[in-house]
Design a protein around this ligand. Structure first.
Ligand SMILES: [Zn+2]
Length: 112
């Protein structure tokens, strides 16, 4: 990557998503969970809303995740944002809603 290009976390995220999808033929999207420390959790999901890959944790431009994440494994208390990045072409709206409810709903339930 050229030094002239400004690095953005979204760009790093995009590259990770593409890598995950390449390794997960069943994936219709990748769940992205952003943590307050700057690390990310990601996992491919299939059309049933089931995980289609291992959960991957990474930190932009770093060789490993931060010490906090090593300790708490990216605790849900520190989640700042979570969403699904869809494979192109995106699944139809109804299916997207189902998958989101299933994937992110499961995450929510652990916090109650
Ligand atoms: Zn972290």
């Amino acid at each position: 990557m050229s030094k002239k290009q400004k690095w953005s976390p979204e760009k790093g995220e995009r590259a990770m998503v593409e890598g995950i999808i390449e390794g997960s033929p069943d994936a219709v999207g990748v769940a992205i969970i952003r943590l307050d420390c700057g690390c990310r959790k990601m996992a491919a999901v299939d059309k049933a809303g089931e995980p289609a890959s291992k959960i991957i944790m990474y930190r932009d431009q770093a060789e490993s995740i931060c010490d906090q994440c090593k300790k708490d494994n990216g605790d849900f208390m520190r989640v700042t944002e979570q969403f699904i990045s869809w494979v192109d072409p995106e699944p139809p709206g109804e299916l997207r809603r189902k998958i989101i409810a299933k994937v992110l709903g499961v995450v929510d339930q652990t916090s109650h």
